[in-house]
Design a protein around this ligand. Structure first.
Ligand code: GLA
Length: 414
């Protein structure tokens, strides 16, 4: 069978996103008009509080100061990465006499305000973590009963982003809790980007109310924590595609679905898999929050994370999330509508045996290829940059995709 016939024979999973215009109001704090970019400690550094034996990698002010330094000197800030974010395990186990959270005094001897000042002096922003229940997931003090005090404390310290987790909370109170913290943050008068995990915890019981979530949060985690493995990244992509009719229409400037951190530059992904994560996170209009060690990262991973063409897709001003359009012969095709009538296309090769395989771009494999009528201009962004020139719907263009890698293209109608 000719490849075209074989591909055409496979059922195309079509998704008529073209009809969507996001009807849902976003959180009106003027933030996250494009997917947030930055660094977040959790996946790589977790709850390492042992600064005696592991001073370089423990959760301490030094870690964030060093990341901020490197973000400026190594081109990360210039590429658009802006937020340096603390995750769990930063606080002391005791609140202070006025009921305020305080940083662990041994690991953060100068306190969070000084750390925020330092991060701001580098032209970057500081993120922090708290939890709407009685304890954080790591067992540190939760914010239940303290939302106003905690929001004010974060504002007083000069914090720019709050990741608000949902452990140790009765699930029926999730909506109330996330909404109340959103109000508390707004009432401080400081612009604090609000990153929620509301739907993740709600999906365990029922389908979340995404209109309410978008009204309260700037981004929201839907699904389980990312791990440093291809299995984990694939599971997140599958979950996202399986729920795209529910979650994609809600995303747009001011509010984004968050498939969790980029684990590029760590230990678990091959280079092709890192390219897949980067390409698909850009297609999904996902926050680009790296969790890796920027002080020690391989040059290829760094180049990938700083690739301006991929970042431009992620940050496209139209602000529409992409989605999966087809599963064809163990390839997956994803696309994202970009400003100026352009399209970003990702073709992922999910066959984990053999070598690179060709995928023909035709109307049968991707209906939106019709934007190439009468002509279009195609640029390959991954796995290597290549101008593929002017094409028509009848061109026999074949992209070559590495096993568990992704070919990322932009298509401009002429
Ligand atoms: C949960 C969150 C993670 C991380 C940890 C911290 O698992 O989903 O992203 O914040 O808690 O304990």
């Amino acid at each position: 069978m000719k490849p075209e016939t074989k591909m055409g024979a496979v059922v195309l999973v079509l998704f008529t996103i073209g009809a969507f215009i996001s009807p849902v109001r976003s959180l009106d704090n003027g933030l996250a008009l494009k997917p947030t970019m930055g660094w977040l400690h959790w996946e790589r550094f977790m709850c390492n509080v042992d600064c005696d034996t592991d001073p370089n990698n423990c959760i301490s002010e030094n870690l964030y100061m060093q990341m901020a330094d490197v973000m400026v000197t190594e081109g990360w800030k210039e590429a658009g990465y802006e937020y340096v974010c603390i995750d769990d395990c930063w606080p002391s186990h005791q609140r202070d006499a006025k009921g305020r959270l305080q940083a662990d005094p041994k690991r953060f001897p100068r306190g969070i305000k000084k750390l925020a000042d330092y991060v701001h002096s580098k032209g970057l922003k500081l993120g922090i973590y708290a939890d709407l229940g009685t304890l954080t997931c790591g067992g540190f003090p939760g914010s239940l009963g303290y939302y106003d005090i905690d929001a004010q404390t974060f504002a007083d310290w000069g914090v720019d982003l709050l990741k608000f987790d949902g452990c140790y909370m009765k699930w029926t109170l999730l909506g109330e809790g996330y909404t109340n913290m959103s109000i508390a943050l707004n009432q401080t008068g400081r612009s604090i980007l609000y990153s929620c995990e509301w739907p993740l915890y709600e999906w365990l019981y029922h389908r979340p109310d995404y209109a309410a979530i978008r009204k309260a949060c700037n981004h929201w985690r839907n699904f389980a924590d990312v791990y440093d493995s291809w299995d984990s990244v694939k599971t997140i992509l599958d979950w996202t595609a399986d729920h795209q009719d529910i979650i994609v229409p809600v995303a747009g400037p001011g509010g984004w679905n968050d498939p969790d951190m980029l684990v590029i530059g760590n230990f678990g992904l091959s280079h092709a898999q890192q390219e897949s994560q980067m390409a698909l996170w850009a297609i999904m209009a996902a926050p680009l929050l790296m969790s890796n060690d920027l002080r020690d990262i391989c040059p290829r991973s760094k180049q990938l994370l700083q690739n301006t063409r991929i970042i431009a897709i992620s940050q496209d001003p139209l602000g529409r999330q992409g989605y999966r359009t087809a599963k064809v012969d163990s390839f997956e095709v994803w696309e994202r509508h970009l400003s100026g009538g352009r399209l970003a296309l990702a073709v992922m090769n999910k066959q984990e045996i053999g070598g690179p395989r060709g995928f023909p771009l035709t109307l049968a494999t991707l209906p939106s290829w019709k934007i190439c009528h009468p002509h279009c201009n195609v640029t390959q962004v991954l796995p290597s940059y290549k101008e593929l020139g002017v094409q028509t719907v009848l061109s026999k263009l074949v992209v070559v995709v590495n096993p568990s890698g992704t070919a990322l293209l932009t298509v401009t109608p002429i």
